[in-house]
Design a binder for this molecule. Structure first.
Ligand code: FAD
Length: 458
């Protein structure tokens, strides 16, 4: 049999691409060396959010007395928290298997290598199989980046993969790198009672966010007694009987039970046959693709973390759909004009479009509007009034260029802002859209009103 396409990697880029090819009448196979669902389902988005849901429940129970509900001190059964997480992952992986059966997608459980643009070699143990195809989609994702001096050992010095599966809550944790993943784990383990120290080489945590957002999150973390050391880097880490000792470049020593390395992701492009087939890579090792997700080699496509445009599951999936549609003869092009991204701390952060700093750097005249959740009725009723919405607009055209939210349910609220940025709506158009009361979404409307100094409650 000759497949219309073989997809290498069964993460959100790969499995979604395979389903779309099948929906369009193509014959498709997915080669996955580990579990279907990839990083996202097994070691990323889903397990972290399951743990976050547990610690957020703990937060609600701990604050219940404020709502007039007296409860005794909650006790954490960490093995049950982890068990629930495993069940959710299993259910979702099972869901993909079901969708593969329904769509008649063949699944090979093995390690794939590209022999030619029309031939894939799959190794399952010692056995080698060959699969013929008209097209290939590379969706092999990424893994935690490591630096030798940090001394990764998988037990006391660990990555996001091991920290997700701890069987006991550590007494103390050093988090190296205060980006999205580092901050989510600071929230998870900080809420479970772990003493957290974060070391970040940049001048703030969440350094890529709008400055107002990263500043506010830093203040919130500090209130939660999370120790943050910015403009700081680790010289070396040694394991000791009690845990680890890290030496900073400044000479300061930090001792904790465990250290989490969260300094970024390494792209899974090794041993795939890319060099042998002349697939072009960029200066960060990313696979170079055009707007149709095709590489420089006709019929070889790449999607998701390996193309390193954004390392987000929803971007991987959209790229997978674009590649699939092009393979099936429908012209489909990527559009990155409005990519939402979320950070599942408490409060959450969600952002789309340009930051105020980026707009200024581009020399575009900028006008912003802000609204605090403190003045939002629904947020006050929920007892979750920390944070704000910031709307960034073009001063002359009033077009919304970016929206940045730190506050309750920010990850759900960002959908409206994403549509506004994608459709090039003006702040005026957003505020003349009626928002239901009392809702958190009113904060977006008021922030947009505030661009013109007309926020009623601000
Ligand atoms: P992956 O999901 O990495 O899947 C690639 C698959 O390819 C893997 O299953 C791998 O086993 C397989 N593979 C690799 N090489 C081969 C080979 N040679 N042969 C066969 N199979 C192979 N993103 C969000 O949008 N929201 C979040 O909340 C979020 N949270 C995250 C939390 C953590 C802790 C981490 C680490 C990541 C998180 N991400 C999140 C990022 C998200 O997980 C990735 O962007 C997404 O999984 C990328 O999808 P992908 O399909 O490109 O690759």
């Amino acid at each position: 049999m000759i497949y219309d396409a073989v997809v290498i990697g069964g993460g959100p880029g790969g499995y979604v691409a395979a389903i779309r090819i099948a929906q369009l009448g193509g014959k498709v196979a997915v080669v996955e060396k580990d579990q279907l669902g990839g990083t996202c389902l097994n070691r990323g988005c889903i397990p972290t959010k399951s743990l976050i849901a547990a610690v957020d429940k703990l937060g609600i129970i701990s604050e219940a007395t404020e709502f007039g509900i007296n409860v005794s001190k909650p006790v954490i059964d960490f093995s049950k928290v982890q068990g629930r997480k495993a069940e959710i992952v299993e259910k979702l992986v099972g869901g993909i298997k079901y969708l593969f059966n329904k769509n008649k997608i063949n699944h090979f459980n093995g390690n794939a290598k590209i022999k030619t643009a029309n031939l894939i070699e799959v190794k399952v143990g010692a056995e080698v199989q060959e699969i013929k195809c008209k097209n290939i989609i590379i969706a092999t994702g990424s893994s935690p980046a490591l630096i030798q001096s940090l001394g990764y050992n998988g037990s006391t010095i660990i990555t996001s993969e091991e920290v997700l599966n701890l069987t006991e809550v550590p007494k103390s944790l050093l988090i190296i790198g205060a980006g999205v993943i580092g901050c989510e784990f600071a929230h998870i383990y900080g809420s479970l009672g772990t003493e957290i120290t974060m070391v970040e080489a940049a001048s703030s945590i969440l350094a890529l966010q709008d400055k107002d957002i990263s500043r506010r999150m830093q203040t919130i973390f500090k209130k939660k007694k999370i120790i943050i050391k910015t403009n700081a880097s680790i010289k070396k880490i040694n394991s000791t009987k009690e845990g680890i000792v890290a030496e900073l470049e400044s000479g300061e020593m930090i001792s904790t039970e465990k250290a989490l390395i969260s300094i970024g992701r390494r792209l899974n492009t090794q041993n795939l046959g890319l060099e042998e087939n002349g697939v072009e890579l960029g200066n960060k090792g990313q696979i170079l693709v055009n707007d149709y997700m095709e590489t420089n080699i006709k019929g070889i496509y790449a999607v998701g973390d390996v193309v390193s445009k954004y390392q987000l599951a929803h971007v991987a999936s959209i790229q997978g759909i674009v590649a699939a549609e092009n393979i099936m003869g429908q012209e489909s092009k990527m559009d990155y004009s409005a990519v939402p991204s979320c950070i599942f701390t408490n409060p959450e952060v969600a952002t789309v479009g340009l930051t105020e700093q980026q707009v200024k750097q581009m020399g575009i005249p900028v006008k912003t509007g802000k609204f605090n959740f403190m003045a939002n009725g629904k947020a006050l009723c929920m007892g979750e009034s920390e944070g704000f919405v910031k709307v960034v607009t073009h001063q002359e055209t009033d077009v919304i260029l970016g929206v940045h939210i730190i506050g309750p349910h920010a990850s759900d609220l960002i959908a409206e802002a994403t549509l506004a940025v994608k459709k090039g709506l003006t702040a005026k158009e957003l505020v003349t859209t009626i928002h239901a009361h009392p809702t958190l979404a009113e904060a977006i409307m008021e922030a947009a009103e505030n661009v013109h100094g007309l926020s009623i409650h601000g």
